[in-house]
Design a protein around this ligand. Structure first.
Ligand code: SF4
Length: 472
């Protein structure tokens, strides 16, 4: 996928102008956290398991060389061919080579953020292949010529009506109408069944790679991953190095947190472990299997101060709880990974210059860190990125000047109080009549969308001191 994160402000502005979409996003922002909270309350062991998963993820990342070598050995012993890709271009070319070696014409694809990251679909299509996304949400966005807006629910941004209209436009439906959600799903199933039965190659992602068995684990709710993995004669698993876990029980522990955090379900409909190609006494399964492990900056991130972001298990809870994501939606981020984790990851995968707006797309409310099942300190990482932006002079000069001025004043309590008293008094006097300001110098970002209230009463510090004097 092409990265457009430099357009964050413009895309957000457009997103905020779309009234019905704003309402839909607000409703989702209520519903998804509610589902997660109910699942966690019922589960009751969130913090213990979270700390366990965090320790396992940190341990694996600390010993990535060992676990990578172990996984490669075990996966190869199981009959897989393991490939390493240093960047997206290399992954794409490895996958196209495999497809061409088998004279493939059609590819059935399961949901995979990694292949979104590398732009695999377009690359294969340019190579003459017919690539069909088989996850319902991914299929919908593919039909619409769009990209996923959420890492768990790719088509969360689309209404039922817009999906019906899309299918009416793209499918030869004859007399049939698609007024009920079940009709829409049945229509997608009809088309995808044909894809599963005719695909030469299946491509899927992996939620985890298990080092001691060489297995890859995939969780889905639709079972399309299993059909992609088992019906075509060639299977290609595309994933990143940081998906590694030491043992099967670690994958199981992670999965219990992943599913509850992502959709509020106690369990997904399908959790599958893929070992390798069909064995002699197996009745079905692929004849040849490949696993492509992508680095794409991960080893550099591992060596940096931002390594904790690699603990991410891609549950999407941080975006479900983020007020910025709820307001502007996933597409505004202009990158594969939106929301808080995307605001950390995107600048590291692309550049600080290109993704300059993203670390600032944060209210520092801390909800993302509270719900993250891998206990990643996302607000701290975002703040560190802002520091880097300023240090490397990527932040606009006027911002840096403003922050330096603020730091100067904030470090001198007497001066700070004198200036806030002065500003407070001035604003209170000027705004007394109307009660608010529609325009205010240096606050255009605020007043363009809402009025700025005129200060009432006394400053916080004055009230605090007065209360302390009474208490004494
Ligand atoms: S950063 Fe945490 S909450 Fe966000 S997707 Fe990753 S694991 Fe989930």
């Amino acid at each position: 996928m092409e990265n457009h994160s430099e357009l964050f402000y413009a895309l957000s502005h457009d997103a905020l102008s779309d009234g019905p979409e704003v309402k839909r996003r607000a409703a989702m922002a209520q519903f998804l956290p509610l589902m997660r909270d109910m699942a966690m309350d019922e589960f009751g062991a969130f913090e213990e398991l979270r700390q366990h998963v965090k320790r396992v993820r940190q341990h694996t990342l600390d010993n990535l060389d060992y676990y990578l070598a172990r996984f490669e050995l075990e996966a190869t012993n199981n009959g897989n061919q393991v490939h390493f890709a240093s960047d997206g271009a290399e992954l794409n070319s490895i996958v196209l080579d495999i497809c061409q070696q088998h004279n493939a014409r059609r590819v059935a694809k399961g949901k995979s953020m990694v292949t979104e990251e590398t732009g695999l679909n377009h690359y294969l299509e340019r190579g003459g292949l017919d690539v069909v996304e088989t996850d319902l949400g991914e299929y919908i966005v593919q039909q619409a010529g769009e990209t996923p807006s959420h890492i768990v629910g790719p088509a969360l941004h689309k209404s039922r009506e817009s999906i019906r209209d899309l299918f009416l436009e793209k499918h030869a439906l004859g007399e049939r109408e698609l007024n009920e959600p079940a009709d829409i799903v049945a229509e997608a199933r009809r088309v995808l069944r044909e894809t599963f039965l005719t695909a030469d190659v299946g491509i899927i992602g992996a939620n985890a790679l298990v080092a001691d068995t060489g297995y890859s684990m995939l969780v889905t709710n639709e079972g399309n991953g299993d059909l992609c993995a088992n019906l075509p004669s060639v299977l290609i698993v595309c994933t990143t190095l940081d998906r590694l876990l030491p043992r099967g029980e670690d994958a199981s522990a992670m999965q219990r947190l992943l599913v509850r955090s992502a959709t509020g379900q106690p369990q997904t409909c399908y959790t599958s472990f893929y070992s390798g190609p069909r064995r002699e006494d197996d009745s079905d399964g692929p004849l040849e299997t490949h696993i492509v492990l992508l680095d794409n900056e991960r080893t550099d991130i591992l060596a940096s101060d931002y390594r904790e972001v690699l603990q991410c298990i891609r549950c999407g809870a941080c975006m479900n709880h983020c007020p910025i994501f709820a307001a502007v939606g996933g597409h505004s981020y202009g990158s594969v990974y939106p929301g808080p984790v995307g605001s950390v990851l995107t600048p590291l995968l692309s550049s600080l210059e290109q993704a300059e707006a993203l670390p600032n797309a944060c209210t520092s409310c801390g909800r993302c860190a509270e719900v993250c099942p891998a206990d990643i300190p996302l607000p701290d990482l975002l703040r560190d990125l802002r520091h880097d932006l300023s240090e490397q002079k990527v932040t606009p000069r006027r911002w840096r000047f403003g922050m330096r001025l603020h730091a100067f004043v904030a470090a001198r309590p007497g001066l700070y109080r004198a200036l806030t008293n002065l500003g407070f008094g001035l604003l209170a006097r000027l705004g007394r009549k109307k009660g608010s300001f529609q325009h205010l110098p240096l606050a255009g970002g605020w007043t363009s969308a809402r009025d700025f209230p005129a200060p009432q009463g006394k400053t916080f510090m004055a009230q605090y001191q007065a209360r302390q004097a009474i208490d004494e």
